[in-house]
Every structure is written in structure tokens, then in C-alpha cells.
Design a protein around this ligand. Structure first.
Ligand code: GLU
Length: 428
């Protein structure tokens, strides 16, 4: 049985909101285009390994609570599995499976030598103390560590996890193997083997993707009103970097609501307001609105940088933007994307647009293994080179075949994994 994310409204077809089915639909379309035979499709569609673990944690009030965690390794043909760990109440196996598969395609589309994996723990971090989060993280790491390793599976931050979480994972793993192993995880603090530029990398990649997409529409940043859904590591930093490039950021949101100013927000001021107040609502130079209305604002570009299933059959007819740059994983359902494609809206798909994070994770892993660290300029210019080249390769494939950027990105990614499979052959 499959479980649906909590976001599916009762009037919707639940399959539309199942991210694994959305991913499979895109996969099948690309596989048809590539003429992959049924056996190879089956191999590439099926996750290599799925682990479910129970995690007892002593809570601060003295009672024991058992949490559930997952780690899915979708595919390790191109290298160690790579992908984040999220802590959220809605985590479920289908979601983690989809996210793991998206990591396989993401690493492949930017051609970094990793497969795809993802982890998740069902919990509500907002209601937990630092001590409880540390216990949970350590217990989760210990529970999945048989399948982890710098050459096997290298986690990273995702929703509600960050540098501190990665430091605990690194320490727990290192204590078990009796040796400090920085390359076990990426997105670490700088002082324990993190990379310069990693914190901003996903947002920077989003900005680079937006710049490339803009050229396709012949627009300039100063003529581009941008609605950013989210204000965290991807949305907040992406908005800040885009604001610096001259884009007019007209709206940002958090879990409580959205703020809007058609003349453009001072993003640095918004982010420091958020830091001081814990929410965007009440920011002086903007009006407040409900999150449901935000994506329907009059604008040229939307950057959905929060979570899955935000642009769906339920609101797609009211979307006005001509450009969508997917900062989050899976923010547009396959059904909504089809409708937007027909309307000529350009969507830079998640597996390309948000690949900046995993690309600098790759740089972090390389630096840890070399024990030699790069300057921020080197990191940023290598990131830019990879993002621009990958974008161009995807855009050329799209133009050549008269297909969307998303379909083209899947074709580039799947073809690369299929080539490796054919060369390596089947172990039996
Ligand atoms: N969680 C991020 C993503 O979805 C980063 C993964 C990584 O750096 O391994 O791409």
C-alpha cells in the first residue's frame, strides 16, 4: 500500500499527489523516448535498497518515544549514493523513495559521480529540544550505519536538518569506526571539514538557473518580478542572491504566511526581520497574505522553494508566471507541469535547478578526501561552470526534440545511468 502526503486535498486525485508516481511518470516518458527495453527500465525504476528503522529516544520528560526512520538507496551505479536526510511529520516511504530517485537523476544531470539516496525520520522538530534532536540523530545514524560510508552512501542536510545535524552524524559514525571520517556526510560546519560556499550553494544554483532561463524569454533581471515560496536555505538565500543580481523579489513566504510588495522587497532586511521575529508576518514594508494566494500573484517568475505538490491541478489555472524555477524537490505535480508546458511556461526542473547543493556537496566530499580545501571563489566558479554547462546541455536536448526542459533533463540523466549499466553489465 502507498501512503499519500498530507497535502492532497480531498477533491484531488490522490495519485497526482504521490511523488513516487509523479517521478515514475516522468521516468517512463524519458524511457520511451530513449527506447529503453523493459528489463533496463525495471532496473532503473526500482530502488536498490530500502531500510526502515525504529529509533527509541529518551525524551526530556523521561518517557521513551519510538520514532520511525528510512534510508532509501535508489541507485548506486554511478557512485556512492548521495542525498539528504529530512526530519518532518509528513515523511513517508513513497516520499523518500521519490526523493531518492530524484537524487539519482539530479547527480546524473550535472554529471557528478554519485548515485541517489535519501533519508527521512517522522518527527516534528519544532516540538523537540536540541537534546532530543541530538539523541534522535545519533540513534538514526547508528541504525543505518551498516549501509553508510564515504564510498557507499553519503548523507547531507535536507528539510529541517542542517550543519549541526551533520556534525552529530559525522561524530556518531566516526566514534563507531574509531576514526574521524569527515567524508561520511556533507553540509558540515566549516571547522569540521565543511566546504566554503556549501550553505549558499543551492540558492546560488537556483540563481544561475534563473539567469539562464531568463535568456530563453529575452528578459532582464530588473524587468523580472519574482515570487519566492519559502525563505530558508534555498528560498531565502536564492532570493538574496537574485536580489543582488537586480531581480525584483516581490514576495517571500514562510510556514505561517506570505509578504508582498510589488515594487520589490529589500531581501536582506526581510531576512534579518525573519531572524529576529521568527516569522515574516508584520514586516513593515509589505502587505501580508495567505500562502494559498501567493503563487497566483502577478509576476514573471515563481521560485517554489519549500516542498512538494505546490503547483497542482488545483491551482495551475490561476498561475500567471511565465517562468518557474524549481528550488524545492517536486513542487510541481506531473499533471500541472503538463498543463503549464502546453501554455508555453518554461519550467526549470528541480533535478537541474536545485542541483547546486549536491554539486558543492560533491566538492566537499572531494576536499575531505584530499584533505585540501578550496577558496570560496574556486568553489563558486566551479559550481557556475557545472550549472551553466548542464543547463545548456538540457536546453539543447529540449530544443532538438521539441520537448520541455523537464523531459530533456530526465533524458540526459537516464541516458547517462543507462550507459553505465550497459558498460558495467549485470552482476549475477
Ligand atoms: N538535500 C539536498 C537535495 O535535495 C542536498 C543533497 C546533498 O547535498 O547530498 O539536493
Amino acid at each position: 500500500m502507498t501512503t499519500q502526503p498530507a497535502t492532497a486535498p480531498s477533491s484531488a486525485n490522490p495519485d497526482e499527489f504521490n511523488p513516487f508516481l509523479s517521478m515514475a511518470e516522468e521516468f517512463d516518458r524519458a524511457a520511451d523516448h530513449l527506447g529503453l527495453d523493459e528489463g533496463l527500465r525495471e532496473v532503473l525504476r526500482t530502488p536498490n535498497r530500502e531500510l526502515k528503522v525504529s529509533l527509541p529516544v529518551m525524551m526530556d520528560d523521561g518517557h521513551i518515544k519510538v520514532f520511525t526512520g528510512y534510508r532509501v538507496q535508489h541507485n548506486y551505479l554511478r557512485g556512492p549514493c548521495k542525498g539528504g536526510i529530512r526530519f518532518a511529520p509528513e515523511v513517508n516511504l513513497d516520499e523518500v523513495r521519490a526523493l531518492a530517485a530524484w537524487m539519482t537523476w539530479k547527480c546524473s544531470v550535472v554529471n557528478i559521480p554519485f548515485g541517489g539516496g535519501k533519508g527521512g525520520v517522522i518527527c516534528d522538530p519544532r516540538t523537540m529540544s536540541m537534546k532530543e534532536l541530538e539523541q534522535l540523530t545519533r540513534r538514526y545514524t547508528a541504525a543505518i550505519m551498516d549501509i553508510l560510508g564515504p564510498d557507499r552512501d553519503v548523507p547531507a542536510p535536507d528539510m529541517n536538518t542542517g550543519e549541526q545535524t551533520m556534525a552529530w552524524i559525522m561524530d556518531t559514525y566516526s566514534m563507531h569506526v574509531r576514526s574521524t571520517t569527515t567524508a561520511i556526510v556533507t553540509g558540515k560546519p566549516l571547522s569540521i571539514g565543511g566546504s566554503r560556499g556549501r550553505r549558499e550553494a543551492t540558492g546560488r544554483g537556483v540563481m544561475i538557473s534563473a539567469n539562464e532561463a531568463l535568456k530563453m524569454k529575452g528578459l532582464r533581471p530588473e524587468d523580472t518580478r519574482v515570487v519566492v515560496q519559502g525563505s530558508g536555505n534555498v528560498g531565502g538565500i536564492g532570493a538574496m542572491l537574485m536580489h543582488r543580481q537586480g531581480y525584483r523579489i516581490v514576495s517571500l513566504s514562510d510556514m505561517y504566511g506570505s509578504i508582498y510588495n510589488d515594487s520589490g522587497l529589500d531581501v536582506n532586511a526581510v531576512l534579518s526581520y525573519l531572524e529576529d521575529n521568527g516569522r515574516l508576518e508584520g514586516f513593515p514594508e509589505a502587505e501580508s497574505m495567505k500562502n494559498a494566494e501567493q503563487l497566483e500573484l502577478d509576476c514573471e517568475m515563481i521560485v517554489p522553494a519549500a516542498t512538494e505538490n505546490q503547483i497542482t491541478s488545483q491551482n495551475v489555472d490561476r498561475i500567471k508566471a511565465q517562468l518557474i524555477v524549481e528550488g524545492a524537490n517536486g513542487p510541481t505535480t506531473a499533471m500541472a507541469a503538463r498543463i503549464l508546458d502546453d501554455r508555453g511556461v518554461i519550467i526549470v526542473p528541480d533535478i537541474l535547478a536545485n542541483a547546486g547543493g549536491v554539486t558543492v556537496s560533491y566538492f566537499e566530499w572531494v576536499q575531505d578526501r584530499m584533505g585540501y580545501f578550496w577558496t570560496e571563489e574556486v568553489v563558486n566558479s566551479r559550481l557556475e561552470q557545472i550549472m551553466v554547462n548542464s543547463f545548456q546541455e538540457v536546453a539543447e536536448t529540449a530544443t532538438k526534440n521539441s520537448i520541455s526542459l523537464r523531459a530533456a533533463a530526465y533524458i540526459v540523466a537516464i541516458d547517462r545511468v543507462a550507459t553505465v549499466y550497459r558498460l558495467r553489465g549485470m552482476f549475477a
